[in-house]
Design a protein around this ligand. Structure first.
Ligand SMILES: [Zn+2]
Ligand SMILES: [Zn+2]
Length: 196
């Protein structure tokens, strides 16, 4: 198996690829046994304006690429750091996002048009490509958007905000009278109340 990294190619690649920034795969470079590729790109390679996702670390992608009858199979992992707001204390914190990447690129024009392409997995993202190069960037961005947690928590033991005075209880305690209720006991209590 051959391994090469676009990282190793100096920025001249941008000119070579017509000035388009992205995680490019040159289809002609994929040998029989597949190809391992690694990318490390600055956060600004991904545009998230519509989604509000903020990437604050390098976007690392390691993948294995295979070509079969014109279809390009990409399997790998994405890791990066997102700037997220804690669902409990509302402070921003760096969230480490790790995700699998699984995407198939099918040629927009098939030479063997009689043959139906059957996808084994409905969850697969199938994208059509034209030309000799594939830009992985969009698939990586879409996958990151899918994996963004809805209510991330800065720390498992984050104490959140006092519901009465709004103090961030991680930083300082407050003097509001508050009953500490463990949600499990709460559920049990409700159950007992029901039986009465
Ligand atoms: Zn928090
Ligand atoms: Zn308080």
């Amino acid at each position: 198996m051959e391994t090469y990294s676009l990282e190793a190619i100096p920025s001249g690649r941008l000119e070579h690829l017509g000035g388009s920034v992205g995680m490019w795969i040159d289809i002609d470079q994929i040998p029989e046994g597949g190809l391992k590729l690694e990318f490390q790109e600055p956060p600004n390679i991904l545009e998230f304006e519509e989604t509000g996702v903020r990437v604050s670390g390098l976007v690392s992608v390691a993948c294995h690429i295979q070509k079969y009858k014109g279809t390009i199979f990409v399997r790998g992992n994405i890791s990066t750091i997102l700037e997220m707001e804690c669902g409990r204390c509302l402070e921003n914190f760096p969230y480490r996002l790790e995700s699998e990447l699984e995407v198939d690129y099918q040629p927009a024009h098939r030479e063997d048009s009689e043959e139906e392409v059957v996808l084994e997995d409905n969850d697969l993202l199938a994208i059509y490509y034209t030309g000799q190069e594939i830009n992985l960037t969009e698939a990586v961005r879409d996958q990151i958007v899918l994996e963004v947690p809805i209510q991330p928590i800065c720390l498992e033991e984050c104490r959140g905000l006092c519901p009465t005075c709004g103090t961030n209880l991680n930083i300082a305690p407050c003097h509001c009278a508050r009953e500490e209720i463990n949600p499990r006991w709460e559920a049990l209590k409700n159950l007992k109340d029901l039986r009465k």
